[in-house]
Design a protein around this ligand. Structure first.
Ligand code: GLU
Length: 469
């Protein structure tokens, strides 16, 4: 039986949930869920100055919104510092690490000399092979005994075999002179203790892998599978930065992208399954594998995001979509919908969700539902409510009063009325849109009438016919 898959997402809580981090989390989550494995969350909060509870909360909120649930409680790396120090001690005991008493000045002098002589400036500590009997009673750091010859090969699932010459690896510090563990030690120990089988992360950590592997080797631990994913680039092909626009997942949420759409889009940023662009969550879980991750950086493409987002909105069932819309309103600090408006909106979603790429677009199209009487027409709609149009609306109203309130009858009534007036139905549509929604671009007038119901429709037509004096 093969070992169950364990993956992890290990964000540093120093800001928001970065879109690249969210993609890393998604890949780890998909991989674990695909294999029926475990997805763990570790908060890398060892940088006490930069880590804040608010940033941790922002990460948790972002993951929660994206539906990336982790198994078990989130682990705090900082709280595990005693265990990290314990592992360093074990390496000392086994002779795979040593106490280094070199002062900063001595290290600097070593580097200056090495530079002047054109040698590598990687520090070679004189304490590496020193007899412990010669140790002074002075502050020291604990360093790992890095291999000096040969090469370290990272067998990376995405990048292939990556070879790093060992003379480029120094005897890195494991414990600082105050006894606190360094980040590299913490990551390796945590990944091992958490039973992580697959480390899937950004390729900015590729070089770290070689260093972390030294710790695994010194401890005799089995290595995880590494998969270093190319970073996301901006639309211009350059490394993603602020000037490319939104970086934090919460910004995408605030722009009104549905979580399902963003998740679909993020999955496609660097991973592919044939030509499939639009897919559901369960398809992504079923299809995901490390072999689908590309070697070259994916580019942000807002058009694609809009497109996928629109497809997810239109394929979400009405009750779920209403729920998501309410979540969007609350997350963006907008007033909640009244029970009546919510019910009306749910009834109207069938004609609203087809072409909306984001929730704000959908809400804009739902203006005829959101607005209350008297409907105040915007500038363009006002042009459709001149004297002639108002008289037409007034004359149409009694016909609608007696009409059966279904699509066929409404269409027949309106067409007959237009024919009697010797005009095309198109002429009627403008004033009707203006009267019912106060806008010139709306869903079809019949959809609006059906959603609003007869009484409200007639009341709005009467308002418009009478308005303006
Ligand atoms: N905390 C690191 C980061 O935020 C990730 C470390 C890892 O995945 O090994 O980039």
């Amino acid at each position: 039986m093969s070992t169950p898959v364990v993956t992890r997402f290990a964000p540093s809580p120093t800001g928001f949930l970065h879109i690249g981090g969210a993609r890393t989390a998604l890949f780890n989550w998909l991989f674990a869920r695909h294999h029926g494995g475990t997805f763990l969350l570790r908060i890398e909060d060892t940088d006490r100055l930069r880590s804040t509870p608010e940033a941790t909360q922002a990460i948790l909120d972002g993951l929660d919104w994206l539906g990336l649930d982790h198994d078990g409680a989130a682990i705090s790396q900082f709280e595990r510092a005693p265990r990290h120090a314990d592992v360093a001690q074990q390496m000392l005991d086994s002779g795979r690490a040593y106490k280094c008493f070199a002062t900063q000045d001595e290290i600097q002098t070593f580097r200056d000399t090495a530079k002047a002589e054109g040698r590598s400036t990687l520090f070679h500590s004189p304490w590496r092979d020193a007899d412990p009997a010669s140790h002074p009673d002075a502050p020291y750091v604990v360093r790992i005994k890095a291999p000096r010859d040969g090469a370290t090969v990272i067998h990376d699932t995405v990048q292939g075999d990556v070879t790093i010459r060992n003379d480029q690896l120094d005897d890195m510090v494991l414990l600082r002179s105050d006894g606190t563990p360094v980040y590299m030690l913490a990551v390796a120990v945590d990944d091992h203790d958490m039973g992580v089988t697959h480390v899937i992360r950004g390729d900015d950590h590729l070089n770290n892998a070689a260093r972390q592997m030294m710790i695994y080797d010194a401890m005799g631990w089995p290595l995880p599978v590494y998969a270093h994913i190319p970073l996301i680039h901006g639309t211009d092909g350059k490394k993603l930065s602020k000037r490319h626009g939104a970086l934090g997942v919460e910004e995408y949420r605030a722009m009104g992208y549905p979580a399902t759409g963003l998740r679909n889009y993020l999955a496609r940023l660097g991973w592919s399954h044939g030509d499939d662009e639009f897919f559901t969550d369960s398809q992504a879980r079923e299809w995901f594998g490390l072999d689908g991750i590309g070697k070259s950086p994916a580019r942000l493409d807002f058009k694609k995001l809009d497109n996928l987002s629109g497809q997810h909105i239109s394929s979400t069932d009405d009750a779920a979509l209403l729920h998501d819309l309410q979540g969007f309103l609350s997350a963006t600090g907008q007033p909640p919908l009244s029970t009546e408006k919510a019910a009306l909106l749910e009834q109207g979603l069938y004609c609203l969700k087809e072409r909306a790429k984001t929730y704000p677009e959908l809400i804009e199209k739902a203006q005829f539902i959101m607005a209350d009487r008297p409907i105040v027409p915007d500038e363009k709609a006002t042009e459709h409510l001149d004297d002639v149009s108002r008289r037409i609306l007034q004359e149409l109203t009694p016909h609608l009063q007696t009409a059966t309130w279904d699509r066929d009858s409404l269409e027949a009534t309106a067409n007959q009325f237009a024919a009697d007036q010797g005009m095309k139905f198109g002429k009627l549509a403008g004033p009707l849109r203006a009267a019912l929604a106060g806008r010139s671009a709306t869903p079809s007038v019949f959809d609006m009438m059906l959603v609003l119901g007869q009484a409200e429709t007639l009341a709005r037509l009467t308002d418009a016919a009478q308005g303006g004096g």
